[in-house]
Design a protein around this ligand. Sequence first.
Ligand SMILES: Cc1cc2nc3c(=O)[nH]c(=O)nc-3n(C[C@H](O)[C@H](O)[C@H](O)COP(=O)(O)OP(=O)(O)OC[C@H]3O[C@@H](n4cnc5c(N)ncnc54)[C@H](O)[C@@H]3O)c2cc1C
Length: 458
Amino acid sequence: MQDHFNYIIVGGGVSGSIIAEGLVAKGHSVLMLEAGKFFYTNNYPRFDIDSNSQMYWNGGVELTSDAEIGLVRPKMIGGGSIINGGLLDRFDDLAFEGFKDESGVDFFNNLVMTPWFEKVENTTSIVKVPEKFANKNADIFREGFKANGFRCDLLDRGQTDCRNSEGMDCIECLAGCPINSKQSTMITYVRSALKQGLKVFSEFEVKRIEPGEKVKVHGLDRLDKKWSFSADKLVLASGSIGNSKLLMNSNFKNPNIGKRFYTHPQYMLMAEFDYNIDAYKGPLQSYKSNDLNFRRKGFKLENVFAPPAAMSVLFKGIQDEHFYCMKNLRRFASIEVAIRDTNPGEIRVGKHNKTIVHKELDSVDLKRRDLGYDAIKNIFYSQGAKRVIEGEFGIGLHLMGGCSIGVDGSQSVVDPEFKLHDQKNIFCADSSIFPNAPGINPSLTIMALSKMAVEKFI
Ligand SMILES: Cc1cc2nc3c(=O)[nH]c(=O)nc-3n(C[C@H](O)[C@H](O)[C@H](O)COP(=O)(O)OP(=O)(O)OC[C@H]3O[C@@H](n4cnc5c(N)ncnc54)[C@H](O)[C@@H]3O)c2cc1C
């Protein structure tokens, strides 16, 4: 393989895929370096225990330093878009205002961002989850909302035809969609980029970067063989934790690196009914809260479930109590509350390159969570639940920040042209640049920002 490229992209996830496609379309030579594997349609793991170990960093879950939140970090070409829920939402004014106030960046408003959302939406099929296939878990959510006077709506999801009429159960696509309905960036961008000449080195972990006229990148392949490459420009797209660790390990001195880390901590509550809910059947998720009151109070609800290995981690208790829940899994419904967290966390690198994440909920965040708990309990009990069990710990799926964007170089890492403040040729537009938590599913905005970055600045 050649060792010099116009561009090297570190990380082949949501942002990396879009930027790669944009750059090769402009005729540049581009190398994508991705620590995870190259999965595709017919080789996704079929059991959740295998997908946990093969598609995520460190076997599935990394705990925060106080072990209160489990962070879930995808690791493969396509990144989060292969295994995520596929829910694609535009930011609202509240989210943009939060970003603008924190960063001072002008383009965080609906007027400027709308064309970039549209560009992504034109390449990605986004539909309302078809209501006619809603399962009993979704029915409980919808009817419980009605009974309590809350407002909910069908979810907007990146998918084509999930073949629910043929009995497909979407819970499987949390380990990659075997029928290519979910609109992962593998389907929407990487395939096209490969045809246009993108070079991909998967199972290659970048360990260090050296800035300069030509940026050097050093890393290890899956056999621990060392490789080095160089490029005129480097794009960091290895996510919140990936980018922060890489910059710290490469001795970048900006003190803001690793700061302002947010996760939208999510808590699943499970309710036992005296009949089978079979929450794993059909579409995994159908509804979300669409209630201004919830939004103002800083939380949102989604109807959700998870594969057995994940559920077993969430149920408290040992021996008989735990065994009872797992044996009766079919009778449990589940709703999740995700909070718009206000207390920033911090990413650090410990001994032996260990990821250390400090992330605690302060009193504001705890209040948001408790208001969500109350709403969920009211929903479940209005629908005849026998009891409600709170999940054992929080889950961090939306990992954001660590390299926040901002006009002020003393307060942020990336400038409004998606370039590292103190560098000429290192760029970033992924989830790590989020200056705070928007309280809205982040993927569509990561995609829109990546589009904007590659077409205007990089
Ligand atoms: C289970 C789950 C469900 C989710 N559901 C939704 C949803 O419904 N809607 C939504 O909007 N968001 C959802 N998310 C969040 C969403 O997937 C992420 O916000 C998004 O993937 C972040 O995009 P990114 O490009 O910043 O990083 P990623 O997509 O995570 O990509 C980063 C890539 O960089 C690679 N990498 C990291 N370090 C290195 C290194 N040193 N060398 C080489 N490669 C490296 C990683 O392996 C990874 O593949 C979900 C996440 C999870 C885990």
